[in-house]
Ligand binder design. Sequence first.
Ligand code: S3P
Length: 437
Amino acid sequence: MNRTIRHSDRLEGTVSTAGDKSISHRAALLNSIADGTAHVSNFCVGDDRTSMLGCLQGLGVKITECSDCDMCSDEDCFEVAGVGLNGLQEPSDVLYAGNSGTTTRLVAGLLAGQSFLSVLTGDDSLRSRPMGRIVDPLREMGAGFMGRNGDTLLPLSVRGGDLNAIEYDLKVASAQVKSAILIAGLYANGRTVVRSPGQSRDHTERMMRYMGADVDIDGLSVSVQTSNLTATNVRVPGDISSAAFWMVAGAAHPNASIRLNNVGINPSRTGVIEVLQSMGASLRMENVVEDKSEPAADIIVESSDLRGVEIAGDIIPQLIDELPVLALAAARAKGETVIRDAEELRVKESDRITATVKGLAGLGADIEEISDGMVIRGGRKLRGTDVRSFGDHRIAMTMGIAGTISDGETSIDEADAADVSYPTFWRTLESVSGPSS
Ligand code: S3P
């Protein structure tokens, strides 16, 4: 479905984003294999949630929407009836991960620990994304995998069990791969160690520890020993990756003031805040809550005179999903922004380097693709036109925010791709900017 966004003279409002997708997925998966029943509230919304919960239900876990527990004052509360470490059942059908890379990779780690047969698949985009990065270490631990293209593409069949611990050096700072190995490590003989080349999001190790697992974190090295998990209620904070669209909207639009309530500010995710502040964004936090598992805060962002910066190196894994919308901020900034070391963007839901550059160039930005990122010479006026989302939720939403800043009208194809992580995005955009068509 195409969606047309008109230039908006003012962006204003208060936005509460739904629960963080990465944290929700871990809370559901780890509670599924815990002892006892737990509630997860402010659960993420969208198609990726359906994918993760569908896979866990396919493995015999009872997960139901809940409306009357103590935590139901928050919306989207789910009850997860844990089956214990060894209580999963062989699925009677293929497990479908939809568009969700996190579901695929985390569930693959879980399946590696099970002696039964499972088959995992997903949509067109997911079936073209690299899975060798999880197959290699999980195979080294003893799990059997078969798949297309030399066992590197979905569909993948898995028969696991009898795992041995490994010490593994990740080739990319990927939280999904780290998490797959740590989850398999819960089932392995001995102590599994994963070393990362950079700090990626640490929700898995935090939550495992919070649930009683024997986890050790030493800088970029995380290890786990086989452990029983205790079912643990989780109140998921708002998703900083969804909030990032409004942070950029607020900072890059010349007449804006936006408040974001209850945003997760885990330090391994706050690269977007750091970069926007270094670009000169007027962005501040209030009501910081240092929860036992994951911190959160309200964020207030206002129109700012942005300047170009370099975004490269260790910070990249901490803002990997926010780079398309940060490129839009860069297009509005004075001077040059260079994004490097971000080749991982090429293997996301779309090739996000090409998709971002094509979209912003179409709107008139001076932007150029390089192999591992992009170069943006900011300050040009953006003019609405037809742009493509490439069926990618984050590209569709980046173009939506760009539409409010650009002159005239911007028409985005397959705009409903936003449903993957943020089904209410377009409605919120209307409430912040006034109606579009
Ligand atoms: C995620 C990790 C990131 C991110 C993805 C969610 C996670 O992927 O892009 O949207 O929840 O672990 P990589 O770990 O592959 O970089």
